[in-house]
Ligand binder design. Structure first.
Ligand SMILES: NC(=O)c1ccc[n+]([C@@H]2O[C@H](COP(=O)([O-])OP(=O)(O)OC[C@H]3O[C@@H](n4cnc5c(N)ncnc54)[C@H](OP(=O)(O)O)[C@@H]3O)[C@@H](O)[C@H]2O)c1
Length: 212
């Protein structure tokens, strides 16, 4: 497939891009300012800053893509501009250009703010609010074939290839397993139009997603 990874230079984005290329996909990865190279002729790089206004952003994203992964994020500053408004602009572009498949990396229970305190996440209120409304937009205001993947805390630990989905509480996730799960949801119909919470677990990723 021809795939756009928005945020390919990030911790998740790099591993995701690498895995997609390994499977033979044609991947265009973005960064605002870094040139990336992956050891593949199927990789193209795009300098893209999603804080740009829609009329400037739109021509930069080709309608040729068959799927978009949104794995970008501001970190600390620019939550409204990047994680919320920036994300929504990419959804609007996807719809305008007929790119139906849109996969959002979010965080566990983003759609249930009332649980953030209970889960010890009250300190992330601003981040949570930005992601909450970006996810709400994707669900309620687009006709995109979305998947919203919601892991908990990301850790730089080796993946196990096994996860738990539809989780009850927060636990860690290896970034490698999150990247593998993003790859799995791309064309697994069980993941279409689903919000999927996850953390590390005992079920092989393909099996866990196919059970949804
Ligand atoms: N940290 C956690 O524990 C956790 C848990 C659950 C979910 N998540 C979600 O996972 C996402 C990815 O995490 P990560 O650790 O991979 O993030 P990261 O390493 O900080 O990467 C962020 C990515 O966003 C891009 N970006 C930043 N500003 C941008 C802009 N204005 N326009 C376009 N792209 C921009 C960065 O590109 P350049 O810097 O190269 O420009 C980079 O590729 C987070 O944003 C968060 O929503 C995180």
């Amino acid at each position: 497939m021809r795939i756009l990874v928005i945020g390919a230079s990030g911790r998740v984005g790099r591993q995701l891009t690498h895995k997609l290329l390994k499977l033979g996909h044609q991947v265009t990865g973005t960064s605002t300012n870094r040139m990336l190279s992956f050891d593949s002729p199927n990789y193209n790089h795009l300098l893209l800053d999603i804080t740009e206004e829609l009329p400037h952003l739109k021509p930069k994203i080709s309608g040729d893509f068959e799927a978009i992964f949104f794995v970008a994020g501001s970190g600390e500053y620019g939550l409204l501009e990047i994680d919320l408004h920036g994300a929504v602009k990419t959804m609007q572009i996807a719809e305008t250009k007929g790119i139906e498949r849109y996969i959002m990396l979010s965080f566990a229970f983003s759609l249930e703010p009332e649980r953030w305190e209970e889960e010890g996440e009250s300190g992330i209120a601003d981040y949570g609010i930005a992601k909450h409304y970006a996810d709400e937009w994707l669900l309620r205001n687009t006709k995109l074939n979305y998947t919203i993947l919601q892991p908990c805390t990301l850790t730089e630990t080796p993946g196990t290839g096994k996860i738990a989905v539809n989780i009850k509480h927060h636990l860690n996730n290896s970034i490698e397993d999150v990247a593998s799960t993003l790859v799995e949801v791309l064309d697994n119909p069980s993941a279409f139009k689903k919000v999927i919470t996850m953390h590390h677990g005992n079920v092989p990723i393909h099996e866990a997603i196919s059970s949804l």
